[in-house]
Design a protein around this ligand. Structure first.
Ligand code: F6P
Length: 365
């Protein structure tokens, strides 16, 4: 009987997931005694009754590297350690179904699991590894907030989308003598904002790692106006916060969704700018999920393909309990506990922040 590797994609989707799935499958097909299956919607496919499994082969993965999303689906709710269950009184609680999942994997003849996901998914990987599961992680997130790897795939595509948005906003802002605010994703890290602000030539960039002083932002914008004429582009990360204040978020009411929902900082910033004395016309754009959907750019396809091939080779080598990572110029493996120990935040004294300041971008401080 052939050996089986199971792939799951968990957490928010990200351009490049399909390229990883394809790479694992194509590399595995070079080994005579291995076959690949995918669990639908993260590990839900194993826990659902009946199971939802997709057999993956060369034909199924043909051409998928250029497609966004994930052909096996994903979820950022619940999971095997906190499976949502409805209490008799109608409220929601959770159950630990991790042992059951391991039994189900044994029943399905799964010899190894490759879990493609961000920090939340890799914490799940670590917990499964501690329970004896042969599991390997592949890091994904547009936020680029995992410190174990130089880059996560999906990040550069998100930056490209955000940069395209800045480019478009410039022409309309200039035509109307307006200040246009672009809100981008990134959760608690300012990577997408910083990269797209530099690439697009924004005038202000606000990130969570550098709390802003609204008077400094107003000052910088007025430098760009002469007798009411001029324009300015502000790129604001969804997690940006003022010096005295917190980031803007809402608790989610979706069942099993543990994260707070960031988003809305652009509108809040516009109000603060008005209160801070800015009298120019202003509008805001929230890029939202446009930066997560669609075709991955070439860089992300290459990185995702490297991760996929290496992840399967780690299965062959029995390197379980580790996550594949990129440390220029190599693809390496890092133990889970090390991989999830620290976030990757923008260092305010880094060269990229200096570069941004060097071309006149106000970082809000
Ligand atoms: O972590 C990726 C990310 O896109 C964040 O940048 C964003 O805050 C969050 O996911 C949005 O999540 P959801 O798709 O659940 O709204």
């Amino acid at each position: 009987m052939k050996k089986r590797v199971l792939i799951a994609t968990g957490g928010g989707d990200c351009p490049g997931l399909n390229a990883v799935i394809r790479a694992i499958t194509l590399r595995a097909s070079q080994e005579k005694n291995w076959e690949v299956i995918g669990s639908i919607n993260a590990f839900d496919g194993i826990l659902n009754e009946p199971n939802e499994i997709l057999v993956l082969d060369d034909k199924k993965v043909g051409g998928i590297h250029i497609r966004g999303g994930t052909i096996i689906g994903t979820t950022n709710k619940g999971g095997p350690f906190a499976w949502p269950i409805k209490n008799p009184d109608g409220t929601w609680g959770s159950a630990d179904r991790s042992d059951e999942m391991i039994r189900r994997l044994q029943f399905l003849g799964v010899d190894a699991v490759i879990n493609i996901g961000g920090d939340g998914s890799q914490s799940i990987s670590q917990r499964f590894y501690e329970k004896g599961l042969n599991i390997i992680g592949v890091p994904k997130t547009i936020d680029n907030d995992l410190s174990a790897t130089d880059f996560t795939f999906g990040f550069q595509t998100a930056v490209q989308e955000a940069t395209t948005a800045v480019d478009k906003l410039v022409t309309t802002a200039a035509s109307h003598n307006r200040v246009l605010i672009l809100e981008v994703m990134g959760r608690y890290a300012g990577w997408i904002a910083l990269h797209s602000a530099v690439a697009g030539g924004a005038h202000v960039c606000l990130i969570p790692e550098i709390p802003y002083d609204i008077t400094k932002v107003v000052e910088r914008i007025y430098q760009r106006f002469d007798k009411g004429r001029g324009f300015a582009i502000i790129v604001v990360a969804e997690g940006a916060k003022p010096k005295e204040g917190d980031m803007y978020y809402e608790e989610s009411s979706e069942t099993g969704y543990k994260n707070v929902r960031l988003g809305g900082v652009a509108t809040k910033l516009m109000k603060e700018l008005k209160e801070g004395g800015l009298q120019t016309d202003m509008r805001e754009t929230v890029l939202g999920h446009l930066q997560r959907g669609g075709t991955p750019i070439a860089y992300d396809r290459v990185l995702a393909t490297q991760f996929g091939v290496r992840a399967f080779e780690m299965v062959l080598e029995g390197k379980f309990g580790q996550m594949v990572a990129y440390r220029h110029p190599n693809i390496v493996s890092v133990p889970f506990n090390e991989a999830i120990a620290h976030y990757n935040f923008v260092d305010p004294s880094s060269d990229l922040v200096k570069t941004a300041r060097g071309v006149g971008i106000c970082m809000g401080d």
